[in-house]
Design a protein around this ligand. Structure first.
Ligand SMILES: *[C@@H]1O[C@H](CO)[C@@H](O)[C@H](O)[C@H]1NC(C)=O
Ligand SMILES: *[C@@H]1O[C@H](CO)[C@@H](O)[C@H](O)[C@H]1NC(C)=O
Ligand SMILES: *[C@@H]1O[C@H](CO)[C@@H](O)[C@H](O)[C@H]1NC(C)=O
Ligand SMILES: *[C@@H]1O[C@H](CO)[C@@H](O)[C@H](O)[C@H]1NC(C)=O
Ligand SMILES: *[C@@H]1O[C@H](CO)[C@@H](O)[C@H](O)[C@H]1NC(C)=O
Ligand SMILES: *[C@@H]1O[C@H](CO)[C@@H](O)[C@H](O)[C@H]1NC(C)=O
Length: 484
């Protein structure tokens, strides 16, 4: 029993090697956010038994350095943790080290017969990790090196994070997805981390996109907006708009406030930044088609053939500009002539109005109405009038007049011949009627008199040549026959 007590006493007895009063501490350097253990051993004469231990810290208060027990210093729970024992080990652990923890730490203990305050102290310095990203601005494809600099000499294992995600390799070729904020941390103690440093990866514009409402109604307004993903971002001057391959404007937005059909076409925009100038030049968006819709306009009606005679056929065709194309044509007619027309009545539909056999009842003015989903519009009025058949040829009256002249001439010659024969015969029978005179008059009129100034009649002697008669539409010829 006595032996057992002795063994226990020897086992718990401290300071076995010297028995002097002393405390041995080591200075420490800790990274902010890590836990640090301040190493400490103490010794005292073997006759003493340790009753209590404590750590204190020197604080500069009111112009003097004073020691405060750690329990007196405001700190989060378990910030200071005594991890030593009652006989030789006096280690102190500080969790989540902060810069305010820097300073001089003293170990004190009380024994059965004495109290001891350490003459030496452990100095704690608190440092940080510093992340270095080299270079911090790169063009896609360039190599980036991440370096983590620790303020403390003790080597630590480092891990890297980009925007919270582990980065596997501290040396890499930058892609655009590598841009972000980087920090390094102590492996296993990720709360001990550096401030974060940005890596900017520059690249030429991509996803260049032209947006607008693709289908607009004439007269409304349309806005083109060009967007892109680029670093550095594309400036206003870095955008341009093209229509059918021709430059329209520069800038990110372009507005046409009164859209006309001529604005329809294929549009694209271009974007460039400093990076693309160095390399790939300007980047095109895909082409977007602008479709300008409008109701029918510029309606015109053509008549085939242009002049119509009774009984012939005629086609009236309606054409117009419209988008979408006109899909419904309606024909109206107002019958009548001169200044009095009946109201318009619907007479047909379809782009071509065919009249296979024109009659008087078909005459009048025609209007074509074209319709598309946006609305309708009317043509101007077109007159359909019948031409009289005789007016079919302009040369007919001239030919007719010439024919008549030839006929009359022959007739007169025959008459003269017949009269001469008869006079000769009668002379032989009745010589007493020597001075008898016969008058004969022939009047001829073409069926259709020409203009008034052509209606003068002329008298011509029977033996005269017929001259200047070509234009005479009405001629009276007189012949005087004298028996000789
Ligand atoms: C980009 O668009 C412009 C204008 O239409 C054209 O001249 C050029 O050829 C296009 N470039 C490419 C790469 O398609
Ligand atoms: C209608 O005619 C006018 C005058 O000729 C012309 O300026 C306009 O472009 C035409 N409209 C359409 C849609 O063709
Ligand atoms: C109808 O057509 C005329 C001539 O083409 C045009 O000036 C007018 O704007 C059109 N009306 C409507 C309502 O479209
Ligand atoms: C009118 O059109 C019809 C068919 O649409 C055609 O058969 C006819 O020959 C045309 N008539 C004239 C005078 O062009
Ligand atoms: C054409 O338009 C007229 C007038 O609105 C309508 O009565 C007719 O049904 C339309 N025809 C077609 C084929 O759409
Ligand atoms: C076209 O004529 C029809 C029939 O007269 C009329 O109802 C309609 O309002 C006219 N349309 C236009 C745009 O003038």
């Amino acid at each position: 029993m006595d032996n057992l007590i002795l063994i226990i006493l020897v086992t718990i007895s401290p300071g076995v090697w010297s028995g002097d009063w002393r405390v041995i501490v080591e200075d420490e350097c800790a990274l902010k956010g890590t836990s640090v253990v301040i190493k400490c051993e103490y010794d005292y004469p073997s006759a003493h038994i340790v009753i209590s231990t404590s750590w204190s810290k020197a604080l500069y208060v009111d112009g003097n350095w004073k020691q405060f027990l750690l329990s007196q210093i405001p700190s989060p729970p378990n910030h200071f943790q005594y991890v030593g024992n009652r006989w030789s080990d006096c280690k102190l652990k500080i969790n989540d080290v902060q810069p305010s923890d820097e300073g001089a730490y003293f170990f004190n203990f009380v024994t059965t017969f004495n109290r001891w305050r350490s003459k030496t102290f452990a100095s704690l310095s608190v440092k940080e990790l510093t992340a270095v990203v080299q270079p911090s601005t790169v063009t896609e494809g360039d190599v980036v090196r991440l370096t983590c600099v620790s303020g403390c000499p003790t080597p630590v294992s480092i891990v890297w994070f980009r925007d919270g995600q582990r980065v596997p390799n501290p040396v890499f070729q930058a892609g655009r997805e590598d841009a972000g904020r980087y920090h390094c941390a102590v492996l296993g103690q990720e709360t001990a981390r550096s401030a974060s440093v940005a890596l900017s990866v520059q690249y030429a514009p991509r996803k260049v996109k032209l947006s607008m409402s693709p289908s607009v109604v004439k007269g409304s307004s349309v806005t083109f907006t060009c967007s892109s993903d680029a670093v550095p971002p594309v400036t206003q001057r870095g955008y341009s708009l093209y229509k059918d391959g021709h430059f329209i404007s520069s800038g990110q937005n372009h507005t046409i406030s009164d859209v006309q059909p001529s604005h329809g076409g294929l549009y694209l925009c271009q974007a460039w930044n400093d990076i693309s100038w160095r390399g790939i030049a300007r980047i095109n968006s895909t082409e977007v088609h602008l479709d300008v819709q409008y109701r029918p306009e510029n309606l015109s009606v053509s008549m085939d053939p242009p002049h119509v005679v009774e009984g012939s056929s005629v086609n009236l065709s309606c054409s117009c500009a419209a988008n979408p194309a006109a899909d419904n044509y309606t024909w109206y007619r107002a019958s009548g002539s001169g200044s009095s027309f009946s109201p318009l009545i619907q007479v047909g539909s379809g782009q071509v109005l065919s009249l296979p056999s024109v009659e008087a009842s078909h005459t009048g003015v025609y209007v074509c109405q074209a319709r598309n989903p946006l609305g309708q519009n009317n043509s101007t009025e077109v007159l359909l009038a019948l031409k009289e058949k005789d007016h079919g040829s302009r040369s007919f009256p001239i030919l007719a007049g010439f024919g008549v002249l030839v006929f009359v001439t022959l007739l007169l010659l025959l008459l003269l011949f017949w009269l001469k024969q008869r006079t000769r015969a009668e002379k032989k029978v009745h010589t007493s009627y020597e001075d008898e005179v016969t008058y004969s008059t022939v009047t001829f009129k073409p069926r259709n008199p020409g203009p008034p100034h052509h209606t003068n009649s002329s008298r011509v002697a029977p033996d005269s040549r017929f001259k200047g008669g070509e234009n005479d539409n009405s001629v009276i010829y007189s012949s005087v026959a004298k028996s000789s």
